[in-house]
Design a protein around this ligand. Sequence first.
Ligand SMILES: NC(=O)c1ccc[n+]([C@@H]2O[C@H](COP(=O)([O-])OP(=O)(O)OC[C@H]3O[C@@H](n4cnc5c(N)ncnc54)[C@H](O)[C@@H]3O)[C@@H](O)[C@H]2O)c1
Length: 432
Amino acid sequence: MTRVIVLGADGYCGWPTALHLAAAGMDVCAVDNLSRRRWDEALGIASLTPIPSFETRVDAWNEVGSRPIQAVVGDLLDYDFLHDLIARFQPDAIVHFAEQRSAPFSMIDRLHATFTQHNNVIGNLNLLFAIKEAAPDCHLVKLGTMGEYGTPNIDIEEGYIEIEHNGRKDTLPYPKQPGSFYHLSKVHDSHNIAFTCRVWGMRATDLNQGVVYGTVTKETQLDARLVNRFDYDDVYGTALNRFCVQAAAGEPLTVYGSGGQTRGYLDIRDTVRCIELAILNPAKAGEMRVYNQFTEQFSVSQLAELVVQAGRTLETEVQVDHLPNPRVELEDHYYNAKHSKLRDLGLEPHLLSDSLLDSLLNIAIEHRDAVQSGSIKPRVDWRDTANKGLSAAAALYDPGSQGALRGAIDDVTTRGRQRDAQREAVASFAAK
Ligand SMILES: NC(=O)c1ccc[n+]([C@@H]2O[C@H](COP(=O)([O-])OP(=O)(O)OC[C@H]3O[C@@H](n4cnc5c(N)ncnc54)[C@H](O)[C@@H]3O)[C@@H](O)[C@H]2O)c1
């Protein structure tokens, strides 16, 4: 029986992945520190779909799912917790989703930038040490992002590129040109993972994922309490979700700049399958494998046009507006990223044209009364080092002030008083 720990299991990708792996017959331990729920509160945003508490969703799955999962609340920044968890559970694979994943969040101001890099880079480093010390043969499946590469004027390879220089050849890590402090944190993670594969013989797969869309998987459909997140706000929402919500609310779609920004995209059903495929086909000891995890490329304008067309099917007239781009990025560029390795392992992609109405637009229409229109307009300008209106929550995140950071984390990670319960949960699961 394959034993898997899913870190970040209360999040958008982690939740359906934990359920999918359980349904596929794996022993799943779902871990999260619930911090994302707190960040949402601090930023005044919320998932469009009403997600119940972590406890309620886990109980719901254990009631209706084919194979129960175990849930533990804990923080990757808490090394003792992490080491203990891995030592007791002895996983074959660990899937690591547990990071602060918003580029705008990381660009709000210094505190959000330092918090993001502290949470992501130190959390990932703690994980590498804990695996090496407690379960060195375990396969790390780490979520990276296509945003690590930026938009170079040449084809993007899957992690490595063969270079000829002054008459000599080598295969080297593909150059990275990340576009935010968040994307930079992912690049730092990739370097740390590659280093530990080389030096400690760790086995790892870095999945450079494109932008994920969709809310529904086979497992989340089983019960209303299993519903997945749908983020559409300016900080965590993606352009496609935002467009669907705007179309559902009868508002114009807001394209940033000219709309020529092109990226890789994939359906959430393909995310969960890619993770399963990576686990079933582990990297070799000492190998740092890199897969580009997306299925189709679109520019922002193409996405807007697809939503306009889908609106016509629903007999809704959809307008498109262009806003000054708050980000610093190329708006008219070459983009051709390779993505064949997961297909080679057996991925059969779902295409956006087939799921736009069902998995996005109709969900946005179903929940349109919950739309907070005020949270759609961009509030974070890449050129500004102190974006006003969002820095109020900064004290929560300041890693420079251990007290404030630890205080914020203490509230959500059941440290102290609840630590014993946490250890018991790990122990009882490990004993199964
Ligand atoms: N959503 C996308 O489109 C997308 C695209 C490319 C890559 N990714 C990557 O996939 C991963 C998951 O993204 P997501 O969209 O599910 O994000 P999310 O914010 O919905 O989920 C992340 C989860 O991790 C938890 N977490 C964060 N820091 C933690 C810590 N220190 N300890 C324990 N738990 C912690 C949060 O509470 C949250 O539930 C991220 O690493 C992200 O970079 C996502």
